[in-house]
Ligand binder design. Structure first.
Ligand SMILES: [Zn+2]
Length: 453
């Protein structure tokens, strides 16, 4: 914390915080009254659609956002190129062919190879964990389609099967893997998401199937009833495509070179509309900065919105941003990411990298003070532990990272599925997210002291 903060006259401090509180109150009201942000989210979701890296939707969304940000009168509008992975799903299907016949709703996992034409038809072997798979050994797995019917125990734990399932199956000679979605049971909905291969291990196709079908295949496996599936996938990885980080600013009046950056990732999976993940965050962060301009609130420092190019299948956006800012990374006073869905916001988590406990405590105290006006929308809770995938590269260089937190009731039902559509977002929650991002970004940009001061 800045020493001057301790030495300043109590009257001056009170006046400064009163001015900040009034700015916060105005931003909250403007966010709750705002119409344009939600209209833009509707346009993004319904008229552009999903934005998988390399897709036509990605290119259209970038051009649209740049044009609209210029119309808003924001400063420093730019879209520096980012080369992004270009994975194409192609035609795909899965069918149970015995002991009865039915289509299995599926989504190939991002990055997977396709099957040979005509598909792969093989008996399945279903397990609930990697340990169980390993205990079966190669003789019971070779040539089969491994089904990971892993119970939902939260994203962090369950997602390992999506990421590493193909490698672990291939190590025992599996022909392909099917992965129960990383989400709770619901509506027979498959989830996609990134998977990986490992050098020296055979590459086999990997797809997500619904929890219901994974459980059925597990029950058949447990009962000793052979179950055969035909999997067809036309997935291909093309050469990298040109994408962009979309950037706009509202410059500071005193230290314009110092920056509070906020945003979400503009890319999405090619299922649904990428509404919760992460379109709403992009439009919310952008709207937050636009409202500062509309209210003519010039903070001491610059507030910069970034719609990161590529998070889902590459993290190229965050890495490219770190390269783009060069030495100016040291002028980033905070980075705020919203990437946990657009349910009711509850507050923020904060991580100050490599900071001693007293510095962490002072940062949390400052953030609590800045976020206090958000109590009026129940979004002022501040906890230790923040950050995000896109701001990871600058956090690794010491930039304090914040994550918008939500009450998070249903996000993982929709995450990475065809059901991630705008109707799952309550417009009130979206407007509250705009308010929360605006108050905290403006407050950090205008604060006399820095979070990690
Ligand atoms: Zn996301």
């Amino acid at each position: 914390m800045n020493r001057r903060h301790f030495l300043a006259a109590p009257g001056a401090l009170a006046a400064a915080s009163a001015a900040q509180a009034s700015a916060a109150t105005r931003l909250i009201q403007a966010a709750l009254d705002d119409q344009l942000g939600w209209k833009r989210l509707e346009y993004l979701c319904d008229s552009i659609g999903h934005r998988l890296s390399g897709s036509a939707g990605m290119a259209r969304s970038i051009d649209w956002a740049v044009a609209e940000m210029k119309k808003d009168g924001l400063e420093g509008v730019a879209a520096p190129d980012v080369m992004v992975p270009h994975w194409v799903r192609g035609h795909e299907s899965a069918h149970l062919v015995s002991p009865w016949q039915t289509a299995l709703p599926m989504l190939g996992l991002g990055g997977s190879i396709g099957t040979p034409s005509g598909g792969i038809t093989a008996e399945t072997v279903a397990v609930e964990s990697f340990d169980e798979l390993d205990s079966l050994g190669a003789e019971k797995v070779r040539g089969k389609i491994v089904v990971y019917a892993v119970p939902w125990e939260g994203y962090g734990k369950t997602v390992a099967y999506r990421g590493n399932g193909a490698i672990r199956g291939a190590q025992l000679g599996a022909a392909a893997v099917l992965v129960r979605g990383a989400g709770p049971v619901g509506q027979r909905t498959p989830h996609t998401g990134a998977m990986r291969y490992q050098d020296g291990v055979a590459r086999i196709p990997a797809a997500g199937i619904s929890a219901e079908d994974a459980m059925m295949l597990l029950r058949l496996s447990r009962a000793g009833t052979p179950a055969t599936v035909r999997l067809e996938m036309g997935a291909q990885t093309w050469p990298d495509a040109k994408g962009a980080n979309v950037i706009a600013e509202w410059r500071g009046h005193e230290k314009p070179e110092e920056i509070v950056v906020l945003g979400g990732h503009f890319d999405s999976w090619d299922a649904g509309q990428g509404a919760h993940d992460d379109g709403a965050a992009c439009i919310a962060a952008w709207t937050a900065v636009k409202l500062m301009k509309d209210l003519n609130l010039r903070a001491r420092r610059t507030v910069r919105v970034v719609l990161w190019a590529n998070e889902e299948n590459g993290l190229r956006g965050g890495r490219a941003y770190r390269e783009w800012v060069g030495d100016q990374v040291k002028n980033h006073v905070a980075a705020i990411e919203m990437d946990g869905g657009c349910e009711k916001p509850s507050g923020f988590g904060l991580t100050i990298p490599n900071a001693a406990p007293p510095v962490q405590d002072r940062g949390l105290a400052l953030l609590k003070q800045i976020a206090a006006p958000l109590a009026s929308i129940q979004a002022s809770e501040i906890v230790a532990g923040g950050g995000g995938a896109d701001i990871g590269p600058i956090m690794r260089e010491g930039v304090p990272g914040l994550a918008l937190r939500t009450t998070g009731g249903r996000y993982f039902e929709w995450h990475h599925t065809h059901a991630d559509t705008i109707d799952k977002i309550d417009p009130r929650h979206f407007r509250e997210a705009v308010a929360a991002l605006a108050v905290v970004a403006n407050g950090l940009a205008d604060s006399e002291s820095r979070l990690a001061g």
